[in-house]
Write a protein that binds this ligand. Structure first.
Ligand code: PAF
Length: 288
C-alpha cells in the first residue's frame, strides 16, 4: 500500500493509473476509521481496480465552537485498517499541504443546506464542497463512495457533482450499525456508558417513525411528533432537530408522496449524534 502526503504525488499516481486504463474508486474520510469506512472501502474494492483513501481532518468544515482540535485522530491504526482492507493508496496531507495559503476561491452551497445539520452548522457544507472539489481534482476518481449516515452530505455531493459536471459517479452506501442499531460514528467515543445505552433508542425512534408510514400514516407533523416523543421518553438527550423532507432535494412536504428522509440530531453531554432513514412513500427502505 502506498502512502502519499503531497498533492503532486497523489495526482501523478492517479494520472498514471488512469493512463494504464484502471478505474479509481475514492473513499474520502477524516480518519479514525471504523466499520462504516470499512464498508465504503469494501464497496469500492468490488467496483474499482484501484482504491484510494484520503485521511484529512478538514478545518474548513468545522465551526469556531466545534471539535476540530479534539476530533479523534490515529494515523497508525488507520493505516493498519487500510492495509487490511487492501487499499491501494492512502492520501494523508497536512493542513498546510491542502491549504498552503488563504484561499482566493471557495465553494458556496446554496441549496439543500438550510435544513437539518446545515441549519445549525453554518458554512459546514461550504467547507465540505471546497475540500471535495480539491480532492476530486487530485484523485481523479471514477467513483466516490459516501456513507448515508451523513445523508445531507450525500445530497450536497450529488448537487456538487451535477452542478459542476464532475465526471465522478456518486455511490451512496448504507449506514453500518452496532448490534443494537446505533449508527457507527467516530464521535461515539465521546458517549458515557449511560449515554451509550440510551443512544440505541435513536435508531428505534427512526424505525418507529418509518413503521407509522408503513401502516398508512402520511402526515409529516404526526410522524415528527411521534419520533420526538419517543426520543424524549427513552433518552436524556436534547433534540437538535427531527425532520422529514424529500430526498435528495431536502424540501419540506406535508404529505408523504415520494422518497423521503426522516432525520434526527440529538445532543448528549459531549457528542451530537445524527442518524436517519430514507424510505419510499410506502415506508420501504430506499437503500439496503
Ligand atoms: O464525511 C467526512 O468524513 C468528510 O465530511 C469528508 C467527506 C471526508 C470531507 O472532509
Amino acid at each position: 500500500m502506498k502512502v502519499f502526503r503531497t498533492a503532486e504525488e497523489i495526482q501523478s499516481y492517479s494520472l498514471n493509473k488512469r493512463k494504464e486504463g484502471k478505474t479509481i474508486g475514492f473513499v474520502p474520510t477524516m480518519g479514525y476509521l471504523h466499520e462504516g469506512h470499512q464498508r465504503l472501502i469494501k464497496e469500492a474494492r468490488t467496483h474499482d481496480d484501484i482504491v484510494i483513501l484520503s485521511i484529512f481532518v478538514n478545518p474548513l468544515q468545522f465551526g469556531p465552537s466545534e471539535d476540530f482540535e479534539r476530533y479523534p485522530r490515529d494515523e497508525e491504526r488507520d493505516l493498519k485498517i487500510a492495509e487490511m482492507e487492501n487499499v491501494d493508496a492512502v492520501f494523508i496531507p497536512t493542513v498546510n499541504d491542502m491549504y498552503p495559503r488563504s484561499l482566493s476561491i471557495t465553494m458556496k452551497v446554496t441549496e439543500r443546506t438550510d435544513v437539518l445539520c446545515g441549519k445549525s452548522r453554518e458554512g459546514h457544507f461550504d467547507g465540505v464542497a471546497t475540500v471535495l472539489t480539491k480532492l476530486f481534482h487530485l484523485i481523479l476518481p471514477h467513483r466516490a463512495y459516501f456513507g448515508l449516515k451523513d445523508a445531507q452530505q450525500v445530497a450536497v455531493v450529488d448537487a456538487l457533482i451535477e452542478d459542476l459536471n464532475f465526471p465522478v459517479e456518486l455511490i451512496p452506501v448504507p449506514t453500518v450499525r452496532e448490534g443494537d442499531g446505533l449508527a457507527r460514528s467516530s464521535r461515539n467515543v465521546y458517549l458515557s456508558e449511560e449515554e451509550r445505552q440510551e443512544a440505541k433508542y435513536l435508531y428505534q425512534a427512526l424505525e418507529h417513525g418509518r413503521s407509522l408510514v408503513k401502516n398508512g400514516e402520511k402526515d409529516r407533523n404526526v410522524i415528527i411528533n411521534e419520533v420526538r416523543n419517543f426520543i424524549n421518553e427513552h433518552t436524556h438527550g436534547k433534540i437538535d432537530y427531527v425532520d422529514l423532507l424529500t430526498y435528495p432535494e431536502l424540501q419540506p412536504l406535508t404529505h408523504i408522496n415520494q422518497r423521503v428522509i426522516l432525520a434526527i440530531a440529538v445532543f448528549f453531554n459531549k457528542a451530537r449524534l445524527i442518524d436517519n432513514v430514507i424510505f419510499e412513500q410506502n415506508g420501504e427502505l430506499s437503500y439496503e
